[in-house]
Ligand binder design. Structure first.
Ligand code: BDR
Ligand code: CA
Length: 304
């Protein structure tokens, strides 16, 4: 069983990743850490508590993290993608449980030190929390088991600009610190996540299985799929970005990786591009191929 900390900016696909992690016996979910990104950090924390409560896993602690990028100002939140409160058109009431008094950065540092070389960090939002961890405790790079990051686009266009993917774009300086840190990183970027699409046709089964919980997830996902279908006509579903990061932990054979040196562009038109630098020592294992149908079947088998 792999102990993981899941770092989230809980919008729709983050919520699906939480469900997938909770339903995967290969994983011991030590805690969630939250960041701004799809929504504010306070909303990410609330949404994470709501999703855990719906899944019957309020025992998993939620540690709140970064409110803003390291140096930039966050311009706007993509409420047209993840919905007004971040969970599509799902409805919910305030969670019964509160966040943990321990902040995200302290929780990550303490946990990694207490379980040396065991913990997998799965980061599926902007990399601000992890950059703070590395700055405060550079030793972490050799104490953590593995870091799986959803972010970037090595060999395909981005989703916020021709070059940039949303998580890297939300805090490019944080991504730069993380990529230079010596952490053992596997990058699950748009190269693979834009191939793992969840179609609208999978939603009725969810609602039928369990009107309450299935309806909650189907309502949020329907909103997200509609955005994808508007933004990319004919795509046939939403990208399962954050769930694929969990998929890579649970079933590594779903992807093929290639070691690369990736640098983060910090200025100009290509801001936040994760650019391959040939000839430099590799700093990231980049997922370049995915068994999309195998992943979709596994994901659906677990969450529905
Ligand atoms: C990533 O950006 C966020 O909107 C999603 O939750 C995902 O982590 C995809 O680019
Ligand atoms: Ca996310």
């Amino acid at each position: 069983v792999k102990p993981i900390i899941l770092d989230v900016d809980t919008g729709v696909d983050d919520a699906l990743a939480i469900a997938y992690a909770v339903r995967s016996p290969e994983i011991e979910l030590l805690g969630l850490t939250t960041t701004f990104g799809n929504i504010t950090v306070e909303e990410a924390t609330r949404n994470s508590l709501v999703v855990l409560e719906k899944l019957g896993r309020s025992d998993v602690p939620v540690h709140e993290g970064s409110t803003r990028p390291l140096v930039r100002t966050k311009e706007a939140y993509p409420r047209h993608i993840h919905g007004e409160h971040g969970l599509g058109s799902a409805t919910f009431s305030a969670p019964a449980k509160s966040k943990s008094p321990l902040g995200a950065v302290d929780f990550i540092i303490e946990t990694v030190h207490s379980r040396k070389n065991e913990v997998t960090l799965v980061c599926v939002g902007p990399l601000t929390n992890l950059a703070h961890v590395v700055r405060r405790d550079p030793e972490i790079a050799r104490l953590v088991g593995r870091v799986v990051i959803m972010g970037g686009a090595a060999r395909r266009p981005g989703n916020v600009s021709e070059y940039a993917e949303a998580n890297i774009f939300s805090d490019p300086e944080a991504a730069d610190i993380v990529f230079r840190s010596g952490l053992p990183i596997t990058l699950v970027g748009l190269d693979v996540t834009m191939q793992t699409l969840l179609p609208m046709s999978s939603l009725p089964a969810w609602r039928e299985k369990d009107a309450e919980l299935g309806g909650f997830f189907a309502d949020m996902t329907e909103f997200y799929i509609r955005f994808y279908e508007d933004a990319y006509p004919g795509i046939g579903g939403c990208g399962l970005h954050d769930p694929l990061a969990i998929g890579v932990v649970v079933k590594p054979e779903l992807v093929e990786t290639e070691p690369m040196h990736l640098a983060v562009e910090l200025a100009g038109e290509q801001l936040a591009r994760t650019r391959e630098v040939p000839g430099e020592r590799p700093n990231v294992d980049v997922c370049v191929k995915v068994d999309a149908s195998g992943f979709l079947a596994h994901f659906l088998g677990r969450v529905i």
